[in-house]
Ligand binder design. Structure first.
Ligand code: ZN
Ligand code: ZN
Length: 366
């Protein structure tokens, strides 16, 4: 099959047509990928900021059509349209039973680029090929666990709905599942890539009274206002903490870090009011660290610092729910997708991202 392949030697990605893909095993589904969004985490993998094994087919925000199913699969059948989730929440491990879906033991396996048993359905000339977050959406086909292939209605536009897989689940989920933002709350969003914009949308959905955004790029700050942002801060020329305290009269109830920078977590802590919550959503470089004064931040101020992986989503519950919110006009996916390119232009999509052009590129196989 065709795929955009990242070799261990690094960029550029190359379009190859000799990737072998295994038949779906028991509990697995073979999906013909129609579209896949390009996420900042893919760029971090390409740059080595977030190292992955190689060679690898990246891409984890994909949607497609079921081609074949393995033994025992009951929830989808050939020709069903599906959105693929990077986390195939198992539903029966310790953390799933506690409701902590983002850290399901299956989710913890995906960063290795393999199934939980260490195997990969992809190979090239007999050698293992890994898959970005266990999906590999920059390939023409993907084999995923049944729970990761979530059936959607047959009229779902896959080149639009694919963004649910990562950015929408991550951003909207961080607001409604991880933080459980309540109506009337004040919210800060730091970093306005696809995930940051999805957080803004989630905050609007949750009824936030004030949605303050911060991003160095003016085009992104302007775009955020179309998704519900009420105030914008330029961190290159303004004091973010001072401005947030001024706008809110003492700090926001919730601060979301969506730029993937450890230093912003520290800043976010000082933008929240006593009792406020700081949610770390971005994928920070593995070497970043944060120093916290526990007496001031935790004891005296009761601040809550929490992590969020894929928006703490349970994909089989949340993908249909998020799609329903889009159908009823309460989430906007179309305006997030600023460019559609064929898979052959994957490197150009990364260049756009590095240049800060647009919000989300969707790659399609035709
Ligand atoms: Zn992503
Ligand atoms: Zn689980």
């Amino acid at each position: 099959m065709r795929a955009a392949l990242l070799e261990p030697t690094g960029r550029p990605l190359t379009i190859v047509s000799d990737i072998d893909i295994a038949d779906p095993g028991p509990g697995e589904v073979l999906v013909k990928v129609h579209a896949c969004g390009v996420c900042h985490s893919d760029l971090s993998n390409v740059n080595g900021t977030f190292p992955v094994p190689g060679p690898i087919v990246l891409g984890h925000e994909a949607a497609g059509v079921v081609e074949a199913v393995g033994a025992g699969v009951t929830s989808v059948k050939p020709n069903d349209r599906v959105i693929i989730s990077p986390i195939a929440t198992c539903g029966h491990c310790y953390t799933c039973l506690r409701g902590d879906f983002g850290v399901c033991e299956q989710a913890m396996a995906v960063t290795s680029g393999t199934f939980i048993d260490g195997s990969s359905p992809l190979s090239r000339s007999g050698n293992t090929v890994y898959r970005g977050l266990g999906v590999g959406g920059f390939g023409e086909y993907a084999v995923v666990r049944e729970a990761a292939a979530v059936k959607v209605a047959s009229d779902t536009p896959l080149e639009i709905a694919c963004v649910i897989g990562c950015s929408i689940q991550t951003g909207v989920g961080a607001v409604i599942r991880t933080a459980k933002v309540t109506p009337g709350s004040t919210v800060l969003v730091m970093g306005l890539g696809g995930v940051g914009i999805a957080i803004v949308q989630g905050a609007r959905l949750a009824g936030a009274s004030r949605i303050i955004v911060s991003d160095p790029l003016s085009a992104r700050r302007d775009a955020a206002q179309n998704f519900g942002a009420t105030d914008a801060i330029d961190p290159t020329s303004e004091d973010v903490v001072g401005r947030v305290l001024e706008i809110t009269g003492g700090g926001v109830d919730y601060a979301f870090e969506a730029a993937g920078k450890g230093a912003l977590v520290d800043q976010a802590i000082w933008t929240t009011r006593p009792g406020g919550m700081i949610v770390m959503v971005g994928a920070a470089p593995i070497t970043d660290a944060v120093t916290i004064n526990p007496a001031v931040v935790f004891m005296a101020s009761e601040k809550k610092l929490v992590g969020s992986f894929l928006g703490s989503s349970n994909s089989r519950r949340d993908i249909p729910l998020l799609l329903g919110l889009w159908r009823s006009g309460r989430l906007d996916f179309e305006s997030m997708i600023t460019k559609e390119r064929p898979i052959t232009e994957v490197n150009e999509a990364f260049e756009d991202m590095e240049a800060g052009l647009g919000l989300r590129t969707v790659l399609t196989f035709n």
